[in-house]
Design a protein around this ligand. Structure first.
Ligand SMILES: NC(=O)c1ccc[n+]([C@@H]2O[C@H](COP(=O)([O-])OP(=O)(O)OC[C@H]3O[C@@H](n4cnc5c(N)ncnc54)[C@H](OP(=O)(O)O)[C@@H]3O)[C@@H](O)[C@H]2O)c1
Length: 283
């Protein structure tokens, strides 16, 4: 059951065909945040595409449920490992287990994340540190730990799950926006740095998505402007997996997210004006 399949071979026999779509079947993926929402849906979707997946998160039971549902659609059993991804020892264990159980790592999807809402002035400094740990340091250091494995892969890819708020920040999301914007920068820098090694670095900029995100906030509650239309985690995951297949490096699922990113680029002050007005009206 735990015996790894023959890993895909790198080198001249399996040259990286960067012009063509990526064949996902037979690849091996590590997915964080695999116990719920987008991470769970990505893990299940990759399984459905014939990818061998190791999914991680802290909650063992939730991970097992995801593995059970994936068993109905996947070619391979979804492997799970429970632990806190902000801990360096757990990250080292995850990488070692991926090598042992899957035989290597071709794809890393860093979806684990958490939010916090509320005025920065009254927030506990610890909240900023916690958010930076889960939303920035953990994915950054996981990627670093995975690089030796990825460099042995015939067709390696990293997907960092960011947010449209990393492209233009909103008030009361200060810690989260700062962490996601740092993650976006990391993706941009690594994308160029790792291109000569053939490692694709994609950024998924998600908009409002149905998940347990708002129940798991480290602080505060869903603000008024986040109560509009949302997309399902399954739809966001399908866009991420399609992006992997099509070698997209900027994945923006859905029209709400696309519209926000367009406004963030071409008329950022308009977003500020709309949000300031809604903030004033909500008081
Ligand atoms: N939902 C949205 O509207 C939205 C919008 C933009 C971007 N995003 C991003 O999408 C990603 C996925 O979020 P989601 O919406 O799917 O929320 P979610 O349902 O709350 O999922 C978050 C996942 O992260 C895991 N996690 C949190 N802290 C962890 C830790 N310290 N160690 C290990 N795993 C941890 C959780 O598992 P455990 O609790 O079991 O550890 C869970 O599997 C996040 O990066 C989020 O920032 C979400």
């Amino acid at each position: 059951m735990n015996r790894p399949l023959q890993p895909p071979q790198a080198g001249p026999h399996h040259p990286r065909r960067k012009g063509s779509w990526r064949t996902l079947s037979g690849l091996r993926a590590l997915v964080t945040g695999g116990s719920s929402g987008v991470g769970a849906a990505v893990a299940a979707e990759l399984c459905r595409c014939g990818v061998q997946v190791l999914a991680t998160a802290r909650r063992t039971e939730a991970l097992e449920q995801v593995a059970q549902s994936a068993a109905a659609v996947g070619l391979f059993p979804l492997r799970t490992l429970a632990g806190d991804i902000t801990q360096p020892e757990f990250r080292a264990l995850v990488v070692a287990e991926a090598r042992k159980l899957l035989g290597g790592i071709d794809i890393v999807v860093a979806a684990a994340g958490s939010g916090a809402i509320g005025p920065f002035s009254s927030a506990d400094p610890q909240t900023l540190r916690q958010i930076m740990e889960i939303d920035f340091f953990a994915p950054a250091e996981l990627v670093r730990a995975c690089l030796p494995s990825l460099s042995e892969s015939p067709d390696p890819a990293i997907v960092l799950v960011g947010s449209i708020l990393g492209s233009h920040p909103l008030p009361l999301h200060t810690e989260y926006c700062a962490a996601k914007s740092a993650l976006h920068s990391l993706a941009g820098s690594l994308r160029v740095e790792l291109a000569p090694a053939g490692i694709d670095v994609a950024l998924a900029r998600l908009g409002p998505t149905q998940s347990a995100f708002w129940e798991n906030l480290l602080r505060g509650e869903k603000p008024v402007w986040s109560r509009g239309p949302t997309m399902t985690s399954a739809a966001a995951a399908a866009a991420i997996v399609a992006g992997l297949r099509k070698r997209r490096l900027d994945i923006v699922p859905g029209w709400t997210a696309k519209g926000y990113c367009f406004a963030a680029r071409f008329c950022p002050r308009l977003i500020d004006a709309v949000v300031t007005r809604r903030l004033r009206l909500s008081r």
